[in-house]
Design a protein around this ligand. Structure first.
Ligand code: ADP
Length: 377
């Protein structure tokens, strides 16, 4: 499938607030990482215990006597629509303005990442427009299509036209599988000046209706690997990355020349962040866990480095290539990107130490300051 024309590589350079890179890259607006914490409702067997975390204001939580502040805290009453309004709707606007935009769901297994990103499978297979359990991804695509319609009508005299293509992949055991064509295993990440970072031979399907999106999501999700652990039999032990590439063409009224914009939305459901000793993994499972943790721990490392660079202003080597996940998503983690993290937590007492470490991760992510630039040619 054809790959999108890339942005100017200069513009893709990692750019920090106040740094020369940001200026050279034509940075247009400030952008930190937006961090939203979402606490899922307790399950029946969790209900009696005291809550491990308390929401103390619209953006703060208290745990172990320590207060953490984020962009927003969604408690157990928050609906899928609330989460969409917090992180999904702004992402669509960023993306239409030409920014690469991503949402990562981070948290331990069973904390609600998958529910947040896609929603339960039955919601996808039912009437997509009305099911209130639908997750962020279908809601984002639905809003994207309706906004594209509006924009095309508004700029009809300039012949504004959008095209969207989607891909869906899984990183499991440091190997990339195409979820839209699972025969395509062990795909390789490539990088060149023209195309930036991409996955060789990854299926990209054009989408223009919610029927297309629903079909594609159901196909991809059904091809995901799941592996039972003693924590949660349904746990996904892989990272899933859904990408939508949005291209627009538009004629200038002054000289009649066409301009071209491209941006990407990455929607990422990360593998469970729990420490492996909890799951009782052994043998092959433990090897897998090592690799899963490699991608996740590299993500953690990058977040630490980016946060440090933001705070000190000192340039440092950013080791994006040390794992598949960070290599693939380097453009979402670095300069030309708007990034949101939904950090999912469980209210259960038994999850307290994992909840604490998720909040610490979220706090470090919050310290990152990127400057995003528009992809325009
Ligand atoms: P993860 O992807 O983090 O392993 P899941 O998304 O599979 O976790 O969530 C674990 C369970 O909790 C699932 O049965 C899911 O439907 C349920 N769940 C998670 N978040 C919510 C929520 N906000 N409201 C209702 N049920 C939820």
């Amino acid at each position: 499938p054809p790959r999108p024309p890339s942005s100017n590589p200069l513009k893709r350079k990692f750019a920090l607030e106040g740094s020369e890179n940001a200026v050279a890259a034509g940075a247009t607006s400030d952008s930190g990482v937006k961090v939203v914490v979402r606490m899922r409702p307790p399950k029946q067997d969790e209900e009696d215990g005291e809550m491990t975390v308390q929401k103390v204001s619209c953006d703060s939580v208290l745990i172990n006597g320590q207060t953490f502040t984020f962009d927003a805290v969604a408690d157990t009453a928050a609906t899928q629509l609330d989460i969409f309004e917090l992180v999904g709707a702004p992402l669509v606007e960023n993306c239409l303005a030409g920014f690469n935009s991503s949402i990562f769901a981070y948290g331990q297994t069973g904390s609600g990442k998958t529910y947040t990103m896609w929603g339960p499978a039955h919601a996808l297979s039912e009437d997509i427009l009305s099911n209130e359990q639908l997750g962020l991804t279908p809601r984002i695509l639905e809003r994207l299509f309706s906004r594209i319609n509006e924009e095309e009508m508004k700029h009809a005299e300039r012949q504004l036209k959008y095209q969207c293509r989607c891909s869906f992949l899984e990183i499991y055991n440091e190997q990339i599988t195409d979820l839209l064509d699972p025969n395509q295993k062990n795909l390789q990440i490539r990088e060149d000046i023209k195309s930036g970072v991409y996955v060789d031979n990854l299926t990209e399907e054009s989408v223009s209706t919610m029927k297309d999106v629903r079909h594609l999501l159901l196909k991809g999700l059904s091809n995901r690997r799941t592996g039972a652990t003693s924590i949660n039999a349904e746990s996904s032990r892989s990272h899933s990355v859904f990408t939508c590439i949005i291209e627009s063409r538009c004629k200038s009224m002054a000289d009649g020349l066409s301009s071209f914009k491209t941006s990407r939305i990455n929607l990422v459901d990360l593998a469970g962040s729990e420490r492996q000793k909890l799951t009782g993994a052994a043998g092959e499972r433990l090897k897998e866990a090592g690799n899963i943790n490699r991608s996740l721990s590299q993500l953690g490392n990058l977040i630490n480095i980016l946060a440090e660079v933001s705070q000190t202003g000192k340039q440092r080597h950013i080791p994006y290539r040390d794992s598949k996940l960070t290599f693939l998503l380097q453009e979402s983690l670095g300069g030309n990107a708007k990034l949101a993290m939904v950090c999912a937590i469980s209210p259960a007492q038994s999850c307290k130490s994992e909840t604490f470490s998720t909040l610490r991760f979220a706090q470090r992510a919050k310290a990152i300051k990127n400057k995003a630039v528009v992809n325009e040619e």
